[in-house]
Design a protein around this ligand. Structure first.
Ligand code: ZN
Length: 193
């Protein structure tokens, strides 16, 4: 039996994957195990918030805090507008959720955020006693959940979170890379004028 025929018998006859099937497969791959339909809805909302930030010239990051299907706090990054170094979407969403619930302890709440939290935000999540974190794109320069540090599951700290990473990561990452690409090209144009 020829090699070609043997592999066809073993793996079944494979033609080109139809486009719709590739799309469905890609969508399924972008939803890690453990992320519920509700989590996906919340991540979609976080993506909307991130998109809104970009239209205001802010780095596109959005965060949503929810419990039992109810959004308790949500925010976009607004560091430029507020000139506040702590103006990350996660910190602002935490403040709003705490105000909405009337307490700093956000036990039982989940956060969906489009970018892996930085050390400040991961620390704030631990301090707020958030129960679950879902994030989209990894952050190679500041990620403090999986990439550079593991602050949310460090057993030396007094609280740990369940973490689900890379939820709709390609969409979340594309928002950021498009934003920075546009900003670089605007700077180039400004320099050449
Ligand atoms: Zn942060």
């Amino acid at each position: 039996m020829s090699n070609c025929l043997r592999s066809a018998v073993r793996g079944g006859v494979r033609g080109p994957v139809p486009r719709w099937r590739a799309r469905v497969r890609k969508r399924i791959q972008s939803i890690p195990r453990g992320a519920s339909t509700e989590d996906q809805q919340m991540m979609r909302r976080a993506i909307e918030l991130a998109r809104a930030a970009a239209t205001h010239g802010e780095v596109p990051v959005g965060a949503v805090i929810y419990r039992a299907g109810v959004i308790l706090g949500e925010a976009s990054n607004d560091r430029e507008a507020s000139a506040d170094p702590t103006g990350h979407a996660e910190v602002l969403a935490l403040r709003r959720a705490a105000a909405a619930t009337g307490g700093w302890r956000l036990t039982g709440c989940s956060m969906a955020v489009t970018l892996e939290p930085c050390p400040m935000c991961a620390g704030a999540l631990v301090n707020a006693r958030i129960s679950r974190l879902l994030y989209g794109a990894r952050d190679p320069k500041a990620g403090a959940v999986d990439t550079l540090f593991d602050l949310c599951r460090d057993t030396r700290l007094n609280h740990r979170l369940e973490v689900i990473g890379s939820v709709m990561a390609s969409q979340c990452g594309a928002l950021l890379s498009n934003f920075f690409r546009a900003r670089r090209s605007a700077k180039r144009t400004a320099r050449s004028v």
